[in-house]
Design a protein around this ligand. Structure first.
Ligand code: C2E
Ligand code: CA
Ligand code: CA
Ligand code: CA
Length: 281
């Protein structure tokens, strides 16, 4: 860099340089995090609004960095996607979540088996061996495919629609459940709801937030629930933080909720505790 002279350095704002360095630091640390076992999964319960019971969990990635402490996925998932590191990290998430779900299944003692929801990034979705990877994880862990739910965002449909449809069909053929995450925030098209073999819509938390005070948000949520049900899809509302939101969703026939009102994402032992207590709404 020295050779390029001082113009090179004048071009960059000092702040930008710091930001680039920070990214590089995180990227290097991410590479090592997998080997060092610094990742963990927390689990957030999904609660059925009819029975009030926990029917599933969403696995959410946590990074326990030796110096930085607990790093939020908001700070590193984007970078992991850009660098492709999300592929090995995502495979670890999938294996760990399925092994956990299999273990919980053994202790379910006659209760309906819980479903484990795992986030799949667009980058993972475009890996040619995605279907084999998922089939292998299911075989390895012995988790019944119906207990695995894959959460996809609308961004995965943006590229090659025909290819996406074919891939979703292959995933469905494995017997897994498919859900659309953050529904309504991305490239929302009614065509994919028609053409793609989807089972669940997750209404984004930005719509749920002001559901009680904003008539537009309320109208959108009520319409999405009706749309989903007419298409025979289940609806899960995300980011439910209070009783009023819960009541609204229940009154309008939403199937299940996820949110701080019931529980934050928690470590596996805490999740087990909640499930064992038979905790419900
Ligand atoms: P997401 O998939 O939409 O996950 C839900 C996020 O909302 C989680 O944030 C969760 O902690 C948070 N949340 C749940 N209930 C509430 C609530 O009542 N109020 C509020 N304000 N927030 C709530 P988290 O764990 O920080 O994850 C952020 C995002 O990072 C996730 O959004 C997902 O896009 C991504 N992510 C997390 N784990 C993974 C993973 O294993 N793989 C991939 N590809 N992405 C992941
Ligand atoms: Ca999700
Ligand atoms: Ca979401
Ligand atoms: Ca809509």
């Amino acid at each position: 860099a020295k050779k390029m002279g001082r113009n090179m350095f004048q071009f960059y704002e000092p702040a930008m340089n710091e930001e680039a360095q920070e990214r590089l630091r995180i990227e290097n640390a991410l590479r090592k995090a997998l080997e060092r076992g610094e990742f963990a999964l927390h689990y957030q319960p999904q609660v059925d609004l009819e029975s009030g019971r926990i029917i599933g969990a969403e696995a959410l990635l946590r990074w326990q960095h030796p110096e930085l402490g607990l790093v939020s996925p908001a700070r590193f998932i984007g970078l992991a996607e850009e660098t492709g590191l999300i592929v090995p990290i995502g495979a670890w998430v999938l294996r760990t979540a399925c092994a956990q779900a299999r273990e919980w299944l053994e202790h379910s003692h006659g209760h309906a088996p819980m479903r484990m929801a795992v986030n799949l990034s667009a980058r993972q979705f475009s890996q040619p061996d995605l279907v084999q990877t998922i089939a292998a994880v299911l075989a390895e862990t012995g988790l019944p495919p119906a207990c695995l739910e894959l959460e996809l965002t609308e961004s995965v449909f943006m590229n090659d629609v025909a290819q996406a449809v074919s891939l979703l069909r292959q995933l469905k053929a494995l017997g897994v459940t498919l859900s659309i995450d953050d529904f309504g925030t991305g490239y929302s098209s009614l065509a994919y709801l028609r053409d793609f073999p989807i089972d669940v819509l997750k209404i984004d938390r930005s719509f749920v937030n002001d559901i009680v005070t904003d008539p537009d948000d309320a109208a959108i949520v009520v319409s999405v629930i009706a749309l989903a049900h007419n298409l025979k899809l289940r609806v899960v509302a995300e980011g439910v933080e209070n009783r009023e939101q819960l009541d609204f969703l229940q009154q309008h026939g939403c199937d299940a909720i996820q949110g701080y009102y019931f529980s934050r994402p928690v470590a596996p032992e805490q999740f087990e505790h909640m499930a064992r207590q038979g905790r419900h709404l």
